[in-house]
Design a binder for this molecule. Structure first.
Ligand SMILES: Nc1ncnc2c1ncn2[C@@H]1O[C@H](COP(=O)(O)OP(=O)(O)O)[C@@H](O)[C@H]1O
Ligand SMILES: [Mg+2]
Length: 248
């Protein structure tokens, strides 16, 4: 397959964004770099980008099929996703179904406690300010978004949560929480961007309760790539593997 990649627009901690011939489209390259703790802990894990691109592509397709508008155009080849070029909104929208991570460090929740209603949390995406949690009024005062846009983001996020919870459950995976990012597409609509991978979500195996996400790396445990591979093998079906020419 011939892959024409244009100039590099942005190099993040885990992905590179490249121009294409079309100013409305970019190529998102999923790298093997992995970081935790605001980039303090860093490593390269072979094939991480490969699996993350496949998992993200599959979940974007599931969401598009359920009527959620996303950046996703297609997975050109594993590692490289053709996407709409977005003007990103610097918010990390975190949805929580089960208490874990920073929530149990900052608040008196019991780890593993299930919430009756999902919690939608917003952090300001800023390495300089260390991603502080914010609320609607702060986001609006910053001029990051207006009230209607926040309403749309919350509604869309809850729908994304429902769709992902159902789909992943059918594949044997629990979704304690996940982080997503939105941006404005070239027509000015707010759509889901970035990635939905084990770097940005917690995935637990329903049967074994095994952790299948970046928490393994955060805690310095082994088997990170084995877990990412397992997620890919659990969620991709025969047609996906044929379409993307992969054996997992
Ligand atoms: N479709 C898109 N168009 C433009 N930028 C995007 C798109 N999707 C994601 N981005 C941005 O690309 C950057 C690269 O991703 P990543 O490596 O995760 O960076 P970061 O270290 O900033 O989280 C992020 O800042 C993300 O907001
Ligand atoms: Mg990122």
């Amino acid at each position: 397959m011939s892959l024409k990649v244009g100039n590099l627009i942005y190099r993040g901690k885990a992905k590179d964004i490249y121009e294409t011939d079309d100013p409305k489209k970019v190529i998102v390259k999923f790298r093997d770099s992995i970081t935790a703790g605001d980039g303090e802990k860093k490593d390269e894990i072979e094939l991480k980008g490969f699996y993350n691109s496949l998992i993200s592509a599959k979940l974007f397709e599931v969401l598009e099929d359920a009527g959620v508008k996303t950046q996703y155009i297609k997975l050109i080849t594993p590692g490289y996703m053709l996407s709409k070029r977005l003007k990103m909104i610097p918010l990390e929208i975190i949805t929580r179904n089960i208490a874990a991570g920073s929530l149990v460090r900052r608040f008196p929740f019991k780890p593993g406690e299930e919430f009756k209603l999902p919690i939608v949390q917003m952090d300001y995406k800023s390495d300089e300010y260390k991603d502080p949690m914010l609320n609607d009024d702060i986001a609006i005062a910053f001029g990051l978004v207006n009230k209607e846009e926040l309403k749309f983001i919350r509604k869309t996020t809850l729908k994304i949560n429902e769709v992902l919870l159902d789909f992943l459950k059918s594949k044997g995976i629990l979704l304690p929480d996940f982080k997503i990012e939105y941006g404005y597409d070239p027509d000015g609509n707010i759509v889901l961007g970035d990635e939905i991978s084990p770097d940005t979500c917690r995935y637990w195996d329903i049967e074994t309760c095994d952790v299948l996400d970046k928490d393994l790396f955060r805690k310095g445990e082994t088997g990170v790539i084995k877990a990412y591979k397992k997620v890919a093998s659990m969620i991709l079906d025969k047609n996906d593997k044929k379409k993307w020419n992969v054996e997992i």
